[in-house]
Design a protein around this ligand. Structure first.
Ligand code: PHE
Length: 337
């Protein structure tokens, strides 16, 4: 009889629902009793066999069963869900906190920041250029004759016949002058590449800061004054320096600036090859041919340029004797700065 079945289902459901432990169990019960092919829907199917007179009463009972089962199911569902929320959001205040490691700037970034701020203080703006350069910007426009040894495969990483990894930051001078009229007073920091054997003194990649000042009546004395002012601010007032004549295709006259060896303080040692001096930069007055390639009137304008290696500048300040250490990411080295 259907009424007996209804009574049995009521009992079974009470037992089943008492055993529910989690949302998973509850879902099983929903399918078992309330699903499309569930027990209750099967009971409704049996209604058609009930004698006509009994139908309203039995139907009512069946409806009540469904309402009852549904409401018990929903009640339990809500309480299980809020229990789960509570568990997940519980903060355990006794757990030890997470310690975050504070990072710091790489020593080269720190050095460059300091250099930038000194040159900014002297009225220089800051510009950058691409590391992948054309032969034109890296050599041609800088007055490198076609057979100049620096174009040799030994020094330059060529990409193809026309493109290369820049060997210095001087190409940015050209890009800058192409895009603005004098006066130009800028420094141009960046990464450069040389196809050289890696050793304590040289690496296949390093960083330079280029400097350029073009205006009417710019003199070599101003170049010296600016570089000495930089060196004194960066290394201190007691620093000893000297300028030596040198050669670069894009400057005339050209010079190199040396400072006292940090190791032997000028006595002579293996770091300075027993000269007592270490070179920190190349510089000179911009060559008229360079002005020609950017359509500046070399009768009207003069200018100076300089280029220094950031690694070298830092090595001399901190007494670092091997350039490779900058790029090894050895924490013991990095955390000293
Ligand atoms: N570009 C030169 C180098 O890499 C340095 C330099 C820059 C010299 C500007 C003179 C003027 O060696």
């Amino acid at each position: 009889m259907l009424t007996d079945n209804i009574t049995r289902v009521k009992k079974d459901f009470s037992k089943d629902i008492a055993d529910v432990k989690d949302i998973g169990d509850l879902e099983e019960i929903r399918i078992k009793y309330l699903g499309r092919n569930g027990i209750i829907s099967k009971l409704f199917d049996q209604l058609k066999d009930v004698p006509k007179d009994d139908k309203p009463a039995v139907g009512k009972e069946l409806n009540l069963l469904r309402i009852n089962v549904t409401s018990q199911f929903e009640k339990l569902q809500t309480s299980l869900a809020s229990e789960k929320d509570e568990k997940e959001s519980k903060v355990d205040l006794t757990l030890p906190g997470k310690k975050y490691q504070i990072g710091s700037k790489h020593i080269l970034t720190q050095t460059l920041d300091e250099m930038k701020s000194i040159f900014k203080g002297m009225g220089f703006s800051i510009h950058e250029g691409p590391e992948l350069e054309s032969d034109y910007y890296n050599f041609e426009a800088l007055n490198f004759p076609h057979d100049h040894p620096a174009r040799d495969m030994q020094d330059t990483f060529f990409i193809n016949e026309d493109f290369l990894l820049r060997t210095h930051t001087s190409p940015v001078q050209i890009r800058l002058m192409e895009n603005m009229k004098p006066p130009v007073r800028a420094i141009m920091p960046g990464r450069v590449y040389r196809n050289e054997a890696v050793s304590a003194r040289s690496y296949c990649m390093f960083h330079q800061v280029e400097g350029l000042y073009v205006d009417t009546d710019v003199t070599f004395a101003e170049l010296k004054g600016t570089l000495v002012a930089f060196a004194h601010q960066y290394y201190g007032k007691d620093l000893k320096y000297r300028f030596r004549p040198s050669f670069f295709p894009f400057t005339e006259p050209s010079a190199e600036m040396d400072i006292t060896c940090f190791m032997c303080k000028g006595e002579g040692c293996n770091i300075c090859k027993y000269t007592g001096w270490l070179e920190i930069l190349g510089c000179g007055m911009v060559h008229p041919n360079v002005f020609k390639s950017v359509n500046y009137d070399s009768e009207k304008y003069t200018g100076y340029a300089f280029g220094m290696g950031i690694e070298r500048i830092a090595m001399l300040k901190y007494g670092i004797t091997d350039i490779r250490i900058f790029f090894e990411n050895d924490f013991r080295f990095l955390k000293q700065f």
